[in-house]
Ligand binder design. Structure first.
Ligand SMILES: Cc1cc2nc3c(=O)[nH]c(=O)nc-3n(C[C@H](O)[C@H](O)[C@H](O)COP(=O)(O)OP(=O)(O)OC[C@H]3O[C@@H](n4cnc5c(N)ncnc54)[C@H](O)[C@@H]3O)c2cc1C
Length: 500
């Protein structure tokens, strides 16, 4: 076991960790970042929320800070620390501007504001908070800039130790003074000492089924895939062992796009996904508010809602899954326009799938047996394992309301009512894709981890999805890019504070 000393040690090199490292190094601290994996660049996300970044100001985007913060608090029924929301609101634009100026623009990329993200429906009001990290060619981009953040932190002097996993925190006289880490290749352990602080940026616990059972047992049933396969909760657990407090209720961000084989038992099925490039079961079209029914073939909600609402609504239905039903016509450019969404459910610029993209995805899933195609509703019901009579009745009723232009059952906006009356018909059984858990360690406004008495654990900071107090229940997708921004903004703040 060797012994090395730094000012600040950051655990986790993703959104929160990379930003924490760069910020601490900017302040002149000697910084070490450890990450249990060999890279983290692809985990940096492109849609980043902020209030009044330079790009937003240039695009004329106006957001009322208190209106937004109160809206988020209300969405969470007050189950958040509003002081943290204020800290985010007041610091998000500095973070986005730093990314734009220091990381993206030197590479020809840039931040693009998304003023068009503002819309209102019966069940959702969206704020134009999205700042899109945009590729040098001006295109929507996936998995692009994270390695540049890491390179920037290195340029500022931070050192990165990959394949190095936090095992436990070292406490002396009530203060966290370092950590024990294991090299995942050699299996050797090392002690690293931190003169000023350890910042945990280890993400959530979505891939740890035992922790899911303990902290989010309903999520374990309703989700069929987890897209955060490296999130094992080890950072949270290490902090709990030294007395940290954690959120007492779960929070998560879940996509309604997890197509599963007919007959899947959601309670038993929880696939720890491998993204990228393997992303089994992805049905992006699933986020669109087309006709959706429960496993009894009955409609049960207004589909035009934040994407996670489908999963929470389905959690009150038999089998926790739902089926989506659509036609070839639905996949025309014209039809898809009415489904324009935003944030994480935004598909490229300008924000909707083209007919060609939709058909390609659906054909791929059809070949994998995750989408069914039929000439009649009866045949589709049979292929989907749904009661035939019920599905036929539901479709007939839906078409009747579409022809009148009014969803008198659930109140979906008339512009989003699309008939299901022309073969071929398509259908898929879908469940939740857990993108990340969002409940975590309790922190104060300086990102210091606190214990149950709200007392600071000296030398210990947390940011991103391993930290809590910011989300509750489901993700407010009317604030596009909020999870990434929470991680990036609070990571940057934690780095600054720890380096002081
Ligand atoms: C497909 C997908 C798309 C998404 N798109 C968006 C989007 O557009 N906008 C948005 O706001 N959010 C988005 N999200 C959510 C967003 O990715 C997360 O909220 C964000 O990654 C959280 O960042 P983080 O730094 O807190 O944690 P993570 O990104 O989870 O990173 C944690 C890091 O810590 C490391 N680590 C964990 N434990 C240890 C340990 N014990 N020792 C050492 N290292 C450890 C891991 O290897 C990892 O690198 C998306 C998520 C997914 C899956």
């Amino acid at each position: 076991m060797n012994n090395q000393e730094y000012d600040v040690i950051v655990v986790g090199a993703s959104n929160a960790g990379g930003m924490a490292a760069a910020a601490a190094a900017e302040k002149g601290a000697k910084v070490l970042v450890i990450d249990k994996m060999g890279s983290a660049g692809y985990l940096y996300r492109e849609t980043i929320a902020a209030i009044h970044s330079k790009a937003q100001k240039k695009a004329g985007v106006e957001i009322d800070r208190n209106e937004l913060v109160n809206f988020i608090s209300t969405f969470n029924q007050g189950n958040v620390d509003q002081r943290l929301l204020n800290v985010w609101a007041d610091n998000s634009s500095e973070m986005v501007d730093w990314l734009d100026d220091e990381v993206l623009q030197p590479h020809g990329a840039y931040i693009k504001a998304t003023p068009d993200a503002h819309y209102e429906t019966e069940r959702n009001r969206a704020f134009p908070t999205g700042n899109e990290a945009t590729a040098p060619d001006g295109k929507y981009w996936q998995m692009g800039y994270g390695n540049w953040v890491i390179a920037k932190a290195e340029e500022l002097g931070a050192k990165f130790a990959w394949h190095t996993k936090l095992e436990e925190l070292i406490v002396e006289n009530g203060r966290v003074v370092g950590l024990v880490a294991k090299n995942m290749k050699s299996k050797k352990t090392s002690t690293f000492r931190a003169r000023k602080g350890v910042i945990l940026c280890t993400g959530g616990y979505g891939s740890n089924q035992a922790l899911m059972q303990k902290w989010n047992s309903l999520g374990l049933k309703t989700n069929v895939y987890t897209d955060s396969q490296r999130d094992d909760g080890s950072g949270i657990v290490a902090a709990l062992k030294v007395g940290a407090a954690k959120d007492e209720e779960p929070a998560s961000i879940v996509f309604n796009r997890g197509a599963v084989p007919v007959g899947t038992n959601a309670e038993d099925f929880y696939e720890v996904d491998l993204t990228p490039p393997d992303d089994p079961g992805y049905l992006w079209l699933g986020s669109y508010p087309m006709l959706k029914v429960n496993l009894n073939g009955e409609r049960f909600f207004n589909e035009s809602a934040p994407y996670q609402f489908q999963m929470t609504a389905a959690s009150k239905q038999p089998g926790y899954l739902s089926a989506m039903i659509w036609t070839e016509e639905t996949m025309s450019d014209e039809s898809l326009k009415q489904y324009h969404t935003l944030g994480c459910s935004r598909l490229g610029f300008p924000g909707i799938f083209t007919g060609e993209e939709a058909r390609k995805e659906v054909n791929d899933r059809l070949n994998e047996g995750l989408v069914q195609k039929a000439d009649t509703i009866e045949e589709l019901a049979e292929k989907l394992g749904l009661p035939k009579e019920n599905l036929q009745k539901t479709v007939d009723r839906y078409n009747e309301m579409v022809s009148k232009g009014q969803d008198s059952d659930f109140g979906k906006e008339s512009y989003r009512l699309e008939p299901v009356n022309k073969a071929p018909y398509y259908g898929a059984i879908v469940g939740g894709r857990l993108l990340a858990t969002l409940d975590g360690l309790r922190v104060n406004t300086k990102m210091q981890v606190v214990n149950k008495q709200d007392k600071v654990i000296e030398g210990l900071y947390a940011a991103g999805n391993c930290s809590g107090g910011f989300f509750w229940g489901i993700y407010p997708d009317h604030v596009p890019g909020l999870t990434a921004s929470h991680a990036l903004t609070f990571g940057r703040l934690a780095g600054k504070y720890a380096a002081e």
